[in-house]
Design a protein around this ligand. Structure first.
Ligand code: GRF
Length: 192
């Protein structure tokens, strides 16, 4: 993807929970060398803690209840069009996007996943890595395609699992790396 000079790429971040990756992306977007401008936060969860960052940084947010997935996705797509969104960053978004949705933003959706993909797709990654006695886990930023956690990998960061690590301590260590990796991967996508 090519960054269009000084004009920033309009981006929407999708969250369901704490939004610590959202926060790091917002902070990144405010840097001079960032290609991004975060215009919108989308959530499927009214109680997502991360929504507070919308208020703090004055970014508009929309919450969708997802009772009907296809209607909801149509509404989200029209929001994206209204706001001229050119990049979607999934950051702890717990809903699976439909093939149609993904097709309408082909090559423009990124996700961060807390494992060294292709290992441990899906949920409970840390639990599975620990119980399989893995020496390392980590995180991956990848393009989203129609198969879960299977799109082209942009960047990964390895994190050592120590003997004393619990799911909680490992999640914490990996999250610290996620916050650095996502901005780095975005810079790579836009060849900066
Ligand atoms: C992160 O571990 C991310 O990799 C995964 O969900 C978690 C979201 O954390 N997809 P946060 O909401 O960004 O704090």
């Amino acid at each position: 993807m090519q960054s269009t000079g000084p004009k920033k790429i309009k981006c929407a971040v999708f969250i369901s929970g704490n939004g610590s990756n959202l926060k790091s992306l917002i902070q990144f977007s405010k840097k001079k060398d960032s290609p991004l401008s975060i215009e919108l936060i989308i959530s499927d969860n009214l109680n997502a803690k991360g929504l507070k960052f919308g208020k703090i940084f004055k970014i508009s947010n929309k919450v969708f209840n997802y009772k009907n997935k296809s209607i909801t996705e149509k509404k989200i797509i029209s929001e994206m069009i209204n706001k001229k969104i050119k990049l979607i960053c999934l950051a702890g978004f717990m809903k699976i996007l439909s093939i149609n949705f993904i097709k309408s933003f082909k090559g423009k959706i990124l996700n961060i996943h807390p494992s060294l993909l292709p290992k441990y797709k899906g949920l409970n990654t840390h639990e599975r890595a620990i119980s399989n006695n893995e020496k390392y886990s980590g995180c991956t930023v990848h393009f989203v395609n129609s198969r879960l956690d299977s799109g082209k990998i942009i960047l990964q960061k390895k994190v050592k699992i120590s003997k004393s690590d619990t799911v909680k301590s490992l999640a914490k260590k990996i999250l610290i790396q996620e916050h650095k990796l996502y901005p780095k991967a975005i810079k790579k996508v836009f060849s900066l």
